[in-house]
Design a protein around this ligand. Structure first.
Ligand code: PBG
Length: 329
């Protein structure tokens, strides 16, 4: 029998692009996006990262240009990662006033002022020769409290250099509280903390290791979370908020969309999610092989992270997506 008088036809709201746009529940806007950028010491020209096609290690010069583009495109901010020329066991480059990351913060802040937020990764893995996110005990374990003390100093250095937002990503216990106390004591009361609150030990960080020239010995499972656990993420988030986090992040994004949703439902602060290197690489590799439609896959990826509940998305596609939208509105 033909369906002559169906009262409910959900397809009515999908009949045209304008109709679909009117009823779209989720949007991805430049103001919600943050571009992670890498800057390497001693480069004379940008160096491509082979496992992240289209992403480079910047020189200070090309970093400045990219930051200006980010501001013009209306992005929320840039997240800076420094790659020092030499690394050592204590990651001393991280506390060097004239180290690559500190210089990059100054350079970018000088270019963009307050038009684009300068965010910084507060972590030691870019600076240590063993690749861990902290300093080690004589026995080779990652020393929580000694590492936290270094993070606190690092955060103050970043704030002094012009960072608007510092983002501790090392998953050490007490890192947010120690950083908040240090910032307050140094008078940086307006420097915000974006806490990598729920950060999982993930295979999808692979390309990032190339991006920051890190040869990690071992793994990060004694400090990053086990992918089997959801409740633990809520516990970590609660602790970071109690310690003074202004914003909380879930990372990675795609394999943890349920965690983003769960966190969004229990906190009253903005939630960020990091669309990480391996998530970027998967789409780029499949697209390069002609296996998927690249632009559609990027749009679907970012929409899904927003739909899961992320208010803010860190993504290597931020600039491209924002420029496609025509910049600041
Ligand atoms: C730690 C840090 C990492 C990433 C961001 N901050 C690496 C790690 O924890 O292993 C990964 C980002 C990405 O994969 O895109 N400094």
């Amino acid at each position: 029998m033909p369906l002559t008088s169906l009262r409910q036809r959900p397809r009515r709201l999908r009949t045209s692009p304008v109709m679909r746009a009117m009823v779209a529940q989720t949007s991805v806007e430049p103001r919600q996006l943050v571009l992670p950028v890498f800057v390497a010491e001693g480069l004379t020209e940008p160096r491509p990262i082979s496992s992240m096609p289209g992403v480079v290690q910047h020189t200070l010069d090309t970093l400045r240009k990219t930051a200006v583009e980010a501001a013009q495109a209306g992005l929320a901010g840039v997240m800076l990662f420094g790659v020092p020329a030499t690394k050592d066991a204590r990651g001393s480059g991280a506390l060097d006033e004239h180290g690559i990351l500190t210089e990059a913060i100054r350079a970018v802040r000088q270019e963009v002022g307050d038009d684009c937020l300068v965010m910084t990764d507060v972590c030691l893995d870019e600076f240590t020769d063993h690749g861990h996110c902290g300093v080690l005990t004589p026995g080779g374990a990652v020393d929580n409290d000694a590492t936290v003390a270094i993070y606190a100093e690092m955060a103050v250095l970043h704030a002094e250099a012009g960072a608007h937002v510092v983002a501790p990503s090392g998953m050490m216990d007490g890192q947010v509280g120690a950083i908040r106390d240090a910032l307050e004591a140094a008078g940086h009361v307006d420097t915000a903390i974006l806490a990598y609150a729920a950060k999982y030990a993930s295979a999808f960080y692979g390309p990032f290791r190339e991006a920051v020239a890190s040869s990690l010995q071992g793994d990060r499972r004694t400090y990053q979370q086990d992918g089997a656990n959801l409740r633990e993420a809520l516990h970590e988030v609660a602790l970071d908020l109690a310690e003074g986090a202004d914003l909380v992040m879930v990372k990675p994004a795609l394999a943890y969309l349920d965690v983003i949703r769960a966190v969004r439902e229990v906190v009253d602060v903005p939630v960020a999610a990091y669309n990480i290197s391996g998530e970027y690489a998967m789409v780029e590799a499949a697209a390069a092989n002609g296996w998927i439609d690249r632009d559609a896959a990027i749009g679907e990826t970012l929409t899904s992270i927003r739909r899961a509940g992320a208010d803010i998305v860190l993504t290597y596609w931020a600039l491209e997506v924002a420029q496609r939208r025509g910049g600041r509105r």
